[in-house]
Design a protein around this ligand. Structure first.
Ligand code: HEM
Length: 495
């Protein structure tokens, strides 16, 4: 039996590594499928993470530093178990399936159905239940999700998004101005103070001004007064969610643990401020997205729900990816020079700026795990997966796998340049940092424009140097964040 399992595993691995499946194994468990003309293997033959008696796999999580090193734990599991493995869910017969293959990730999306469902952090669903709180796109399901998603696709994913570009330009120019204030009079070198909060405020400001309309943004005191607290509490939502990935939220709530109160307070305050901003924005009757949402007959209640969750989804992801890009650039002065050469010839973003963002999302994917709950039985990596199984793509592992990217640990924006036939230089199989399919990121165009614009402006104005004396690693705080604050040194360039 042991030998047979080993053979099946070998077959699957060799299919993954050589892209060929050895179909000579006519084992009783394997069933012939016309799809790909290969054998379909039963669910039970998916390699399983060895759980420890009594405490299941939770101990591994605790050993990983309360989830801070979850991406590494899962990556190590892939190293030993292969591109697909199952992880028993503590206290139940269910399993999570983890993948680190781009091909299998694509297969996962094939089965997602008309109303894709993603796994949600328990703390967030518990909050919504306890407070009878209805939320935005990320939490909506079925027809309600589809109707609102179609409207938001039309608003956020269109090609001619002039308003967005001018808001992004203005808010990014402000950030450059603030950074210029870091310099003492005669000095040409400074360290950016509060890098993270400055990027956070930048990303939230873009969204808020875009909602209310460009012309009203800066001028409105009522909204500007709310922004510093808003950006702080949105950050806290993420910070307080992370421990609740390990300590069950129902337990934390029942025993009145401080961590539950902190989480609850930060979500409540985020939703309150978001509501206030929408109220003020609607009163102003500006030319922003709020007006467009109203024009689609969205009720004020739904607009508030969608707006709050857009802010939560946009704030952390965009600010941290930009921060990772600055981190990578600040340790690669030669890449900065190459990009500046391109920028000198262009008024706008360049292919190497786009490559920098793609590299940041590859090496430090803020959405570290992307999942779907399969609505039907499916076949992924030649294994039969029962309906309702949560399948999760390990984006950190996919991005650092030599099967997908040659020399994967190297920061190389040029790998994303295309040759004359349109082929990518240094990519075997691209990753999908925004997911794909109908439930992929609705803010991806906006996020890319924001990051391309700010990085171009920063590189035009400053030379970057990393000032941290100790190495900076990745830790999980629901999304992938630096293990220590990044000390970004900036040297003024004459522009
Ligand atoms: C670097 C930046 C970003 C990354 C890497 C990112 C990544 C993602 C991913 C992977 C998903 C899909 C989750 C799933 O399918 O389960 C998603 C969904 C979503 N994102 Fe983003 N995102 C980014 C920025 C933004 C921005 C700027 C906004 C707002 C304008 C936004 C709004 C949303 C919303 C509302 C959803 C839920 C969509 C739905 O369920 O239909 N994201 N994002």
């Amino acid at each position: 039996m042991f030998f047979k399992e080993k053979l099946i595993r070998l077959c699957v691995r060799s299919r993954f590594h050589t892209r060929r499946f050895i179909s000579s194994d006519k084992s009783k468990d394997a069933e012939f499928s016309t799809r790909n003309a290969t054998f379909v293997l039963p669910f039970e033959s998916i390699p399983m993470a060895r759980s420890l008696p009594l405490i299941g796999t939770k101990l591994d999580l605790i050993m990983s530093g309360f989830g801070k090193r979850l991406h590494e734990v899962i990556d190590n599991r892939h190293q030993t178990l292969g591109p697909i493995f199952r992880e028993p869910v503590e206290g139940s017969a269910a399993h999570l399936i983890f993948l680190n293959s781009s091909e299998m990730m694509r297969e996962m999306f094939i089965y997602e159905g008309k109303y894709p469902k993603h796994p949600l952090p328990d703390a967030w669903t518990l909050y919504n239940d306890v407070h009878s709180c209805k939320r935005g796109l990320f939490f909506m399901d079925d027809e309600e999700w589809l109707i609102n998603r179609k409207i938001m696709n039309g608003i956020l994913l269109r090609n001619d998004f002039q308003l967005a570009q001018s808001v992004i330009e203005n808010v990014s120019d402000n950030l450059i101005h603030e950074w210029n204030c870091n310099f003492c009079e005669e000095e040409n070198f400074a360290v950016v103070t509060g890098l993270m909060s400055s990027l956070y405020t930048w990303s939230i400001k873009v969204l808020v001004y875009l909602m209310i309309g460009e012309t009203h943004g800066e001028k409105n005191h009522e909204i500007n007064k709310l922004l510093p607290e808003f950006s702080l509490v949105v950050q806290k939502v993420f910070e307080h969610t992370a421990p609740l990935m390990i300590i069950p939220p129902t337990f934390a709530r029942k025993y009145k643990l401080n961590i539950w109160h902190q989480f609850e307070n930060s979500v409540t305050r985020t939703l309150e401020i978001a509501n206030d901003i929408v109220d003020v924005g609607l009163k102003m009757n500006g030319n922003g997205l709020l007006k467009e949402m109203q024009a689609h007959n969205m009720s004020t209640e739904v607009i508030k729900r969608i707006f709050a969750d857009l802010i939560i989804a946009a704030g952390d992801t965009t600010a941290y990816t930009t921060q990772w890009a600055l981190f990578l650039l600040s340790t690669n002065v030669s890449e900065q020079s190459k990009i500046r050469e391109q920028l000198d010839k262009s008024n706008f973003e360049t292919p190497l700026i786009r490559g920098t963002v793609r590299e940041s999302l590859r090496l430090f994917p803020v959405a570290t795990f992307i999942g779907r709950i399969l609505p039907v039985e499916g076949i992924i990596g030649n294994y039969r997966i029962p309906e309702h199984t949560p399948v999760i793509a390990s984006m950190y592992s996919i991005g650092r796998d030599a099967e997908n990217f040659p020399n994967p640990d190297k920061f190389n924006p040029s790998r994303w340049l295309r040759d004359t036939s349109g082929n990518l230089h240094g990519v075997y199989r691209p990753n999908m940092p925004y997911a794909i399919g109908v439930r992929s990121c609705v803010g991806q165009k906006l996020a890319n424009s924001m990051m391309h614009t700010i990085l171009s402006k920063i590189l035009r104005n400053f030379e970057l140097n990393l000032m941290n004396s100790n190495p900076v690693g990745v830790v999980m705080r629901l999304i992938a964040v630096p293990s220590a604050p990044i000390m970004l040194g900036i040297k003024r360039l004459s522009v």
